[in-house]
Design a protein around this ligand. Structure first.
Ligand code: HAM
Length: 416
């Protein structure tokens, strides 16, 4: 029996990588003053259908009727849930809100590299501030987050665009408002589609492909200036590129939109987001008229990217090594000393060390083999010299004798 296509079994090694991602996500979000929240993974389908996510995502819903005859869907994204939650209780929180979430999302997509049907997504959203300073704060967080993995300007860039520039384009070229979403979807997919196909899809709108391409190449985006100077002041300007080619597939964006993408291995989106100033109001029938900006980042593309960029890979490997399941391995040199070894294991564990030892009698050579493969940095031999221990540093086999009463102090010293 295999897992379903697009779903993953996470073995301990995979989970260690996931923990590495989520710890960086959480740490960076907290550095920017964001707090964590979560909502349900199953929602009424109307949350996505009503004016909200729109577009492609609606065709990718894991949608079914539950035993109470409700039309429900596994969440394909977290933004509508966040908007619903804040709209319901916005008076309880001082503005602006800085919230983040690490959660599972589901989309019935065609499975491919970096695209799955069940994936982990990190979301950061700043709600209740309509200024470019808020946009900059979120974009800076995204940049710092990618840098925290050891990724550099050579590895990724943020493409910044503005939906309102596209709104003006559409009204200037007679695209009716109710067809705006459909039009933007075509532009969104343009880079991945053959030109003839894009031209054919644009034809019913009476807009030529050349006109769209010309707009992307030539148009200035003055609305982005305050955001760019804010990033400049932080020393982060070189990570971003104004680019009208980005429009984003989701329907709710109203202003600045952006995507982080990998510079090598094909333009792959690592993260995407933007400003959505009407979603909260729409979801609460105008009760909570709060502007918002945020982004989402999945684990799948990021994991691939970390494996491909040498500096990021080295950083990840060092972090995984430092977080090995076992730090100390107790070698029980003779069975008469098992009781002392158990007492020592207990003492070390109570002091926070991750400790393993053989559960049954084993040859000393085999125990050292297990110690090496366990990821432990030291083997501690409990044997005939008790209460003196032999401590062996496994990396270079350097050995020292340490009285058992001094072992905690000795270890603390090696750690520092
Ligand atoms: P999105 O562009 O649909 O935006 O997704 C954001 C990120 O989630 C993508 O860049 C990608 O890393 C990851 N992702 C999306 N679909 C999949 C998939 N099928 N498999 C693996 N990873 C995937 C949103 O979801 C918005 N709600 C983001 C947002 C938050 N906008 C404002 N706040």
């Amino acid at each position: 029996m295999q897992p379903l296509p697009g779903f993953r079994d996470l073995y301990p090694g995979d989970f260690a990588r996931r923990n590495y991602l989520t710890s960086r996500w959480r740490e960076t979000a907290r550095r920017y003053g964001f707090v964590e929240f979560d909502g349900p993974t199953l929602e009424p389908t109307d949350l996505y259908r009503k004016k909200n996510s729109g577009g492609e995502i609606l065709g990718q819903l894991y949608e079914f009727t539950d035993k109470g005859e409700r039309d429900v869907s596994l969440r394909p994204e977290v933004t509508p849930t966040l908007a619903r939650m804040i709209a319901a209780r916005h008076r309880d929180f001082p503005k602006p809100l800085r919230w983040f979430n690490v959660g599972t999302c589901f989309r019935y997509e065609r499975q491919q590299r970096g695209r799955l049907r069940e994936f982990l997504q990190f979301n950061c959203d700043l709600v209740g501030d309509a200024s470019p300073a808020a946009d900059a704060e979120v974009v800076a967080l995204l940049i710092d987050l990618l840098r925290s993995f050891g990724l550099t300007e050579q590895d990724f860039a943020i493409r910044l665009s503005d939906r309102s520039a596209w709104q003006s384009f559409m009204s200037g070229h007679g695209v009716p408002q109710e067809k705006a979403g459909e039009f933007l979807q075509i532009v969104d997919r343009m880079e991945k589609m053959p030109e003839e196909k894009t031209a054919a899809l644009l034809a019913p709108f009476g807009v030529a492909l050349a006109t769209v391409k010309d707009f992307i190449e030539k148009a200035e985006i003055p609305a982005l200036e305050p955001l760019l100077s804010d990033l400049e002041a932080r020393g982060l300007r070189s990570f971003v590129r104004p680019d009208l080619g980005v429009v984003r597939g989701l329907a709710y964006y109203t202003g600045v939109v952006f995507e982080a993408f990998a510079l090598h291995g094909g333009l792959r989106a690592i993260a995407g987001g933007g400003r959505y100033d009407r979603l909260l109001s729409d979801l609460s029938d105008g009760q909570a008229d709060l502007p918002a900006v945020g982004f989402g980042m999945g684990d799948a593309v990021l994991l691939e990217l970390l494996g491909e960029c040498p500096s990021a890979k080295a950083r990840e490997e060092a972090a995984l090594k430092a977080d090995a399941a076992v730090q100390l391995y107790l070698v029980i040199a003779s069975e008469e000393h098992r009781a002392e070894a158990l007492g020592l294991a207990q003492l070390l564990r109570e002091s926070g060390w991750r400790v393993a030892y053989p559960l049954a009698e084993e040859k000393v050579g085999k125990q050292f083999g297990t110690a090496e493969s366990s990821g432990a940095t030291h083997a501690i031999v409990v044997g005939s010299e008790w209460p003196t221990l032999k401590v062996k540093r496994l990396a270079d086999r350097h050995e020292e004798s340490v009285p058992k009463d001094s072992i905690l102090a000795w270890l603390a010293n090696t750690r520092s």
